[in-house]
Write a protein that binds this ligand. Structure first.
Ligand code: SF4
Ligand code: SF4
Ligand code: FES
Length: 227
């Protein structure tokens, strides 16, 4: 009945709270008194900052979701994973080639994949994480880049990996290698950069920087938007 559904009980890090039915986990946490200084970014399902793990009553499964997109349910036990201490290689893209060597040099642990598929099962973006790692293992940079394109870098896959691979950092290396060395150059962009360097827009930029915020907002609202 509607009255019964007005509030639900949830457990945030084991502590019980009553929160309104139907709101997102993120709003429920704020309702319960939490203030986000980490673990919250876009509030729109894009930035991956709000990875959350939860269980439902009577269910052994660990479930995952983005706190800004997943709604609360009665009896939900949950916590956020706002940060995951990931292995992150430092590299110079200019010195790398788009091949297996680049993957192995920076993330040799990629070869340790056991094929357990835990990463794919937990991905809130429903990416085939195990297969994009398999592509990286083969040095198939284009395939890894393409398959991981919608990754939000939420960190959940790495939190489950028994081989201690940080899948999303392997994937972003593949996408960077692809962007730098494989994808066709955007000639129109190169032309525009050249025009900017040559001062074609200096006068316009100077004019804009002198406008106040109201005038800028008006201009922004009246801008041409490509269909
Ligand atoms: S691949 Fe990993 S980091 Fe990327 S969205 Fe899926 S679980 Fe999150
Ligand atoms: S969780 Fe780790 S070991 Fe398992 S399939 Fe994914 S990358 Fe491989
Ligand atoms: S706050 Fe950005 S995905 Fe949830």
């Amino acid at each position: 009945m509607a009255e019964e559904k007005e509030m639900v009980n949830i457990y945030i890090m084991g502590k019980q709270y009553q929160v309104p039915y139907g709101i997102t986990i993120m709003k429920a946490m704020e309702y319960a008194g939490y203030r986000f200084i980490r673990g919250c970014g876009c509030r729109g399902g894009f930035c991956g900052a709000c990875a959350t793990v939860f269980r439902k009553p009577g269910d052994f499964r660990i479930r995952v979701g983005l706190a800004c997109q997943t709604t609360v349910e009665e009896g939900m036990y949950l916590t956020q994973i706002p940060f995951y201490p990931a292995n992150k290689a430092t590299y110079n893209l200019e010195e790398l080639r788009p091949d297996l060597e680049a993957i192995l040099k920076n993330y040799p642990e990629t070869t340790r994949c056991l094929g357990c598929n835990a990463c794919t099962k937990i991905c809130p973006q429903e990416l085939d994480v195990m297969y994009y790692i398999a592509a990286a293992q083969r040095g198939d940079i284009a395939r890894c880049a393409e398959m991981s394109f919608d990754c939000l870098m939420c960190g959940l896959c790495a939190s489950r990996c028994p081989a201690e691979i940080v899948q999303y950092n392997v994937a972003i290396l593949a996408r960077r290698l692809y962007g730098r060395h494989v994808a066709p150059r955007a000639e129109h962009l190169a032309r525009r950069v050249e025009e900017i360097k040559n001062g074609k827009y200096d006068e316009e930029i100077n004019r804009l920087t002198k406008l106040d915020i109201v005038e800028l907002k008006k201009l922004y609202d009246a801008r041409d938007i490509e269909p």
